[in-house]
Design a protein around this ligand. Structure first.
Ligand SMILES: Cc1cc2nc3c(=O)[nH]c(=O)nc-3n(C[C@H](O)[C@H](O)[C@H](O)COP(=O)(O)O)c2cc1C
Length: 186
């Protein structure tokens, strides 16, 4: 079969993207709200982009049927221009899933997910201490795509600092891929 996406309900089109562009890694994004509330949420519409400048991108979609309702992650990044992308590993997959639940703004989502907030060095949002890789980012650009349900934003971040756990390195000082054990959607 073939189809024209604009002829279909956005939910069907979303499902095609989500179920065919696989496997996908997960960005576990930490931000700070206007009153300093710690926010954490997973995003699988996520990719590395360039090495110099070092950039990555992820896409917070509008929340369900309400086109006005931006996800907290996006609102916080629009407000502060800073975020941290943490890599999710097998040990913390459940915590990442817990942090996807919609909660009130006042909640500390690190505490709710059961992970530790470690201070970042160059941005205000904390990183996830348990995550072996964290990218401290400042906003390079936010591109709005569509103003209806099913639309959202592409957030492009410039990485200003990378945290890499010592045990990710092999005896020659190179990154040993097998040691990361990332989780993604397959
Ligand atoms: C594995 C996984 C991947 C997700 N990927 C995305 C995504 O790419 N884009 C998106 O808008 N929401 C995604 N979500 C849903 C958000 O994490 C969820 O809406 C969350 O409540 C947003 O939190 P926030 O309002 O604190 O930003 C994903 C959820 C899970 C469990």
């Amino acid at each position: 079969m073939n189809l024209v996406p604009s002829d279909r309900p956005w939910q069907d089109v979303y499902q095609i993207l989500a179920d065919t562009i696989l496997p996908r890694p997960i960005a576990w994004v930490s931000t700070l709200g206007p009153k300093g509330e710690r926010n954490l949420a997973p995003f699988s519409f996520f990719m590395p982009v360039t090495a110099r400048p070092m950039t990555l991108a992820f896409a917070p979609l509008r929340r369900g049927h309400s086109p006005e309702l931006k996800k907290d992650t996006l609102r916080n990044i629009e407000g502060s221009g800073e975020f941290v992308v943490n890599v999710v590993t097998r040990r913390h997959a459940d915590a990442a899933r817990r942090s996807a639940r919609f909660t009130s703004d006042a909640d500390d989502e690190f505490a709710r997910a059961g992970v530790t907030a470690a201070p970042s060095l160059d941005v205000a949002p904390p990183r996830v201490a348990e995550s072996p890789v964290s990218f401290e980012c400042v906003t390079h650009r936010i591109v709005e795509l569509g103003d209806e349900p099913g639309g959202g934003h592409l957030v492009i971040g410039r990485v200003v600092r990378v945290h890499l756990a010592d045990d990710l390195f092999d005896e020659n000082g190179g990154l040993a891929r097998g040691r990361l054990e990332p989780v993604g959607l397959v």
